[in-house]
Design a protein around this ligand. Structure first.
Ligand code: PRT
Ligand code: MG
Length: 220
């Protein structure tokens, strides 16, 4: 069921990625006709009859693009790293939805000393792949526990010693008495393009990619 017409389908997630992609679409002359926060529609038309937007979960964007159900999409580096990026061409860092991936612990937990003494740490995270690589590269022994949200709760109720999660302002950590002890990587969102679409729909895609690239430089 791939998307073979000459129409272009763009996969976005609701919330910050949708909001921060709108100005890039504007720069390409594309206006989305409905707001996904108020509409229940999952397929949104635009002012360009050849371009439509589909609304999917942030972590599902790479999957839709990989299988060609969307020609292109916008996804965080966190999501792409976990997905692995197979079948995706990643031409542009859009410099939007910026944050960092960090290790945080309960304030009062002496992370440095625990690591130095070779303690085995329990870590909750949605980002198992990224966390595994990070701790392996540092030689820290960890038991990783996968969660799907509210990682911040883990250390507060004794599920874990540490979390690996995204941080932007730091207010979620502060509100839950957690402190950031390590920054793993800087995160921003990238444009991802289906490899077959890049060849077959190049004429339609190219001007949009160029407009995105130009507009995203303003965010850097
Ligand atoms: O929310 P849902 O479960 O549907 O999916 P999602 O969390 O994957 O989607 P969404 O829309 O929340 O995030 C989409 C993308 O935005 C992520 O994949 C990141 O690349 C990027 N991004 C940028 C963030 C943040 N900043 C961010 N602060 N994603 C999540 N957060 C969360 C973080 O997980 C933590 O709970 O915000 C909280 C921390 O924020 P501060 O400001 O309190 O530090
Ligand atoms: Mg979220």
């Amino acid at each position: 069921m791939s998307n073979t017409s000459q129409q272009l389908t763009l996969a976005l997630s609701k919330g910050r990625i949708f909001e921060e992609t709108l100005p890039l679409l504007e720069a390409a002359g594309i206006t989305v006709s409905e707001n996904p926060e108020s509409s229940r529609k999952l397929i949104l038309p635009t002012n360009d009859p050849n371009v439509r937007v589909i609304i999917v979960r942030a972590s599902d964007v790479p999957t839709y693009v990989q299988y060609g159900a969307a020609d292109f999409g916008v996804a965080g580096k966190d999501v792409l790293y976990e997905h692995g990026g197979e079948g995706l061409y990643q031409p542009i860092d859009l410099n939007i939805a910026k944050c960092r991936m960090s290790v945080a612990v309960r304030s009062g937990f002496d992370y440095e000393t625990a690591v130095r003494h070779g303690a085995r740490l329990r870590v909750v995270t949605k980002y198992v792949q990224t966390a595994r690589e990070h701790f392996a590269s540092k030689g820290v022994h960890v038991d990783l526990i996968k969660l799907y949200g509210s990682m911040e709760l883990g250390p507060l109720v004794g599920l874990a010693d540490a979390i690996v999660d995204l941080v932007s302002t730091g207010s979620t950590l502060r509100a839950n008495d957690l402190v950031e002890v390590e920054q793993i990587m800087d995160i921003s969102s990238r444009l991802v393009v289906n490899q077959a679409a890049l060849k077959l729909k190049r004429e339609r895609l190219q001007p949009i990619l160029e407009a995105f690239e130009k507009a995203s430089k303003r965010n850097s």
